[in-house]
Design a protein around this ligand. Structure first.
Ligand code: ZN
Length: 645
């Protein structure tokens, strides 16, 4: 069922990682009890079934799968197996693109057939659709084109284009794709090639099947394919030692989200063709290659409940409580659901099986619902109308004429907001009181040891010592850490106050502009709005904060406790100037240009306004160019910028 869903319907109900796990379990069972192996066991085939709409065509040479390893131990076991045959191996490492395997047949240099993997022996003829892929040549270039060659590759959906496609499908009220791989498979298996042509599919080739040409090394074959104008990956490397292989794997584990396409691991091949022949193949996969799979970033688990939390700004956010599940290397029990509209849009019911995604450092989120696994007693989530902490009626905020999607508790004395405020105050980007972690703040707050921000500075050793879980040493550590925080940068202090709309960057902009807390407390809304990067809404929020008597009193109390240092402005030739960057610059990326401007004392903003001094424009500039022209902002090129300093 899972194979059918994956290959034919492009609509799997389990993640790839779960599938792999089931497959290995089955393999293990069959190893221990060979009598139980069914004639059509998936362990015998290469995976894949067929939709009936495409003609079935044999591959000239069988398309193999790859065996998988999931950690360094398993990788070492594989290395040891190779060692028994040869110690001469060089390792060709390449990225395992999470796409759709394709076999391309070129006869006399012309693309005559493109087939899916199918069962490895026979695939589906998707030639017309594959021909719509823009980076794939229909004819090989060069003089020494072989009479016949099968080229193996992977068709993928670039991540950025995938996000756009899903957004537009969603807008049109159509079903979205769960991930780029499904989008690639779904796009490639369209009955109408014109639909495929409208999707920005890409392909990279990484192997050769039947051919009349001989190679010494796999890596030579890549050079050869590249010479014909076929798209090959830039990320492959031939390595001499296992240590380097492990490093290659670790490097891309860290950078897997910096690539244009998704990867789910690294493929390691013995580079020398002669050694490949010596090592041979099993019925399913070559012995001379292995796929190292990264830990999954998407897993399926059961949604036990949906609860809401109240943030520091009073914003009420629904979150998922789930059966604990291991994702991207850590155990997760909670995931965000953003807001009640999002819950509705996803159609999540309490009791559903849900797909959890955790990529990189981001907070885990409920990404999708597995509807096919839903049972009858799923319960609908109802967003509360009152604050779960203080009982106040929740309201939507108005920004101009637009109503906020999120609900807010507006009770200034709401204990939830208070606690979240304290947690924000001591956080790393704020006062940075390292020893006061979230849990500790919660305990101290709950027993009344701390209330306002300034009360933190009145904590005594005897208050903490003797509390359950706190000894003398931890009391001393906490007090030391509070003491250390008393010297604070103005920007960090501003951030720690938890003023609505004032994030790290805004706090820094305001701190460098005004230079002192005294000045900031004196100026008005208009003054705030004249700071680059500060809009009307933000300016209003800051001036309201300092105008509030209670806040003002709290700041007075804090100023008795802390010593504020002003943020240094970077001085340079571009001091006081604000730049906006658009288009492609001739010799540097936009980030490099930003660094350069800031190093010279300038400021870079994301949008053109009357406060912009210069628009730095490269090739193919965006709408910012027209906006700058409209406002009469001076437009400069990279060479002009360089002349300025
Ligand atoms: Zn409340």
């Amino acid at each position: 069922d899972h194979i059918f869903r994956y290959y034919v319907l492009d609509n799997p109900t389990v993640t790839d990682a779960h599938f792999d796990k089931l497959m290995r379990e089955l393999e293990q069972i069959e190893k221990e009890h060979p009598e139980l192996r069914a004639e059509d066991s998936p362990t015998l085939g290469i995976g894949g079934g067929f939709a009936t709409t495409f003609e079935q065509v044999d591959h000239l040479e069988k398309m193999m799968s790859l065996d998988n390893v999931f950690d360094e131990n398993e990788l070492n076991t594989w290395f040891e197996r190779i060692d028994k045959e040869t110690t001469e191996a060089k390792w060709l490492c390449e990225l395992k693109i999470d796409g759709l395997a394709i076999n391309l047949r070129y006869e006399n240099g012309v693309l005559t057939k493109a087939l899916t993997r199918g069962n490895g022996t026979t695939g589906e003829d998707v030639t017309l659709n594959v021909k719509t892929i823009k980076n794939l040549p229909h004819e090989l270039k060069g003089k020494k084109v072989p009479d016949l060659i099968e080229v193996r590759g992977e068709v993928y959906f670039p991540i950025a284009a995938f996000n756009e496609l899903n957004a537009s499908l969603e807008e049109a009220g159509k079903a979205t794709f769960a991930n780029p791989r499904n989008a690639a498979a779904g796009s490639l298996r369209q009955k109408d090639p014109r639909v495929t042509a409208s999707r920005p599919l890409s392909i990279l080739v990484h192997g050769i099947g039947a051919t009349d040409t001989q190679f010494n090394n796999q890596s030579d074959a890549y050079e050869f394919l590249k010479g014909f104008g076929l798209p090959t990956s830039q990320h492959f490397k031939v390595l001499n030692s296992r240590k380097e292989v492990v490093k290659f794997i670790a490097n891309f584990a860290e950078h897997r989200h910096d690539l244009e396409h998704e990867i789910d691991g690294v493929v390691i091949k013995v580079d020398q063709i002669e050694l490949q022949r010596k090592l041979g193949v099993t019925s399913r996969a070559p012995k001379w290659a292995i796929a190292y799979k990264y830990p999954p970033e998407e897993v399926v688990t059961k949604l036990l409940d949906i609860q809401v939390s109240v943030g520091r700004t009073g914003r009420v956010t629904p979150f998922a409580v789930m059966e604990p599940v291991l994702v991207a290397g850590s155990t997760v029990t909670h995931a965000t659901l953003h807001n009640s509209q999002e819950v509705e849009r996803k159609g999540v019911l309490i009791g559903d099986y849900v797909v959890i995604r955790k990529a990189g450092d981001v907070i885990p989120e409920v990404f999708d619902v597995v509807r096919d696994l839903r049972d009858k007693d799923g319960k609908e989530f109802v967003m509360p109308t009152n604050c779960p902490e203080c009982g106040s009626k929740l309201i939507r905020e108005k920004v101009g004429k637009v109503e906020s999607v999120a609900l807010y508790c507006k009770n200034k004395a709401c204990p939830a907001k208070h606690l979240e405020g304290l947690i924000h105050f001591v956080s790393k980007k704020g006062m940075n009181i390292e020893e006061l972690g979230e849990k500790t703040v919660e305990i101290f707050h709950d027993i009344g040891l701390i209330s306002d921000y300034s009360s933190i500075f009145h904590l005594k050793k005897e208050d903490i010592e003797g509390l359950e879980g706190f000894g003398e040493k931890s009391a001393i550590n906490i007090l030391d850490s509070i003491k250390k925080s008393r010297d604070v940068m103005l920007s960090s202090f501003l951030y720690s106050l938890g003023i609505r709309h004032v994030g790290e960057q805004t706090a820094r902009d305001i701190a460098t502009y005004f230079g002192s807390i005294e000045k900031i407390r004196k100026v008005n809304e208009e003054d705030f709005a004249s700071v680059e990067g500060v809009g009307e809404v933000v300016a209003k929020s800051i001036s309201e904060f300092f105008a509030d008597a209670k806040n003002s009193h709290e700041v007075d109390l804090l100023l008795k406790e802390v010593k504020i240092k002003s943020d240094k402005k970077k001085e340079g030739k571009l001091s006081g100037m604000t730049f906006v960057i658009t288009g492609t610059l001739p010799s540097m990326s936009r980030d490099e240009a930003k660094d350069l401007i800031e190093k010279n004392g300038g400021h870079v903003s994301g949008s053109v306004s009357s406060k912009t001094s210069y628009l730095l424009a490269g090739g193919d500039p965006g709408s910012k160019f027209e906006k700058a022209q409209e406002l009469g902002i001076k437009i400069v090129e990279e060479k002009d910028l360089r002349e300025m300093f």
